[in-house]
Design a protein. Structure first.
Length: 381
């Protein structure tokens, strides 16, 4: 089977919590995009509208490889909406009294086509498709949350909370991302290999950030903290959220191992996703980590304590004092996510006639991953 074979195979639409206002200090816009990630779209919109990036807010990052509709706000009036490009367009949607944020998203509505499903995959999927609307699926953070994860270096956030500021700066300048071109990969590998040779690295620097940071280090070789304080708040918050998600997923994996029989799994960027058919019995919430998180039950508390002890961490170190532009905020996340209004149909495949295409439609609460529902449906034993 294959998901996201084409952008039209993965359609997501944000549902706003509450009705927009007729007037207000923030202009609410509907961003309709195709094969474009949210941050890139917002940066281009800011440039075209001649607005500071900080004046534009959104509730969530939508997948690049999809057709997505989401809401953004722009502080003040918007004179023109002539921002249509092949990748996105804007529509007026009203006004708000405050910037757009995650709490203003009520849910996300999905329509997904899974292509080239073979007979064995269908036989395995159908019972799960019938069960999930009743019992839900395990509400893991999916791979999209782990873009900041580096298999060789781990998480930038973990380096910061451990006060490994040298390593955090090294991570920031050498971590590879999917958008990197061949020259970017070469340059980052050079920085990694010659880390600490600031003058030599500066000669290879190309981007504004690389030149500025390496120039600073050649003059102040140990002043890593000043550079970390320059990371934009939204970007650093995403790094923090990624590490929180990693720990949350690991707590859920351990709870599943202890309380249910693992029946299937799906490989992930930062650890396998484990599933159990008896999973509906594992319910409740798990908080994302912070210095002030509150545990819902003793079993979760014991599992978190064990995990942190193994990693040599304490909740108190998640209260950052030296870096303040972002922070660790705890939220309760349900262990099971239950889709609403879920329907599914199989049809003859368009590309391979011996296989079928599965079309799914459903609505999920904000923060839940539709791709995780798909993974639980097709996870292998």
């Amino acid at each position: 089977m294959k998901i996201k074979a084409r952008p039209e195979d993965f359609v997501v639409e944000e549902i706003l919590a509450g009705a927009p206002k007729k007037n207000g200090p923030y202009t609410l816009l509907r961003l309709i995009k195709r094969q474009c990630n949210t941050l890139d779209a917002v940066q281009e919109i800011a440039a075209r509208l001649r607005k500071p990036l900080a004046d534009i807010s959104y509730g969530g990052r939508k997948d690049k490889h999809a057709c997505a509709t989401q809401f953004i706000t722009v502080k003040g009036a918007v004179a023109s909406l002539h921002t249509k490009t092949p990748k996105f367009r804007l529509e007026t949607a009203g006004y708000l009294d405050r910037p757009m944020g995650p709490d203003l998203i009520a849910a996300n509505k999905f329509r997904i086509v899974v292509r080239n499903v073979n007979r064995h995959e269908k036989e395995k999927a159908v019972p799960r498709l019938k069960e999930i609307p009743r019992k839900g699926f395990f509400n893991y953070f999916d791979d999209q949350r782990f873009g900041p994860f580096d298999p060789a270096q781990g998480f930038l956030a973990e380096k910061i909370i451990r006060k490994h500021f040298n390593g955090a700066v090294k991570f920031y300048l050498t971590h590879r991302v999917s958008e990197d071109k061949k020259e970017d990969v070469r340059r980052k590998a050079f920085f990694f290999e010659h880390w600490g040779e600031w003058t030599l690295c500066l000669k290879e620097a190309a981007s504004r950030t690389e030149k500025g940071w390496l120039s600073h280090l050649s003059e102040h070789p140990k002043d890593f903290l000043a550079l970390l304080r320059k990371i934009p708040a939204g970007e650093l918050a995403f790094h923090f959220a990624s590490f929180q998600a990693f720990l949350w997923n690991e707590v859920l994996r351990r709870l599943i191992r202890r309380t249910a029989k693992i029946t299937s799994r799906y490989p992930g960027l930062a650890g396998d996703y484990l599933f159990a058919e008896e999973g509906a019995e594992i319910t409740g919430v798990i908080p994302t980590i912070s210095s002030k998180m509150l545990m819902a039950d003793n079993k979760t508390a014991e599992t978190y304590h064990e995990l942190l002890q193994e990693k040599g961490l304490k909740t108190s170190i998640f209260n950052l004092t030296k870096i303040r532009q972002a922070y660790f905020k705890s939220i309760d996340r349900t262990i099971q996510a239950i889709p609403e209004d879920m329907t599914y149909t199989f049809s003859r495949g368009e590309t391979e006639k011996e296989r079928e295409d599965l079309t799914l439609a459903f609505t999920l609460p904000r923060g839940c991953y539709a791709t995780m529902l798909i993974k639980q449906v097709f996870a292998a034993a």
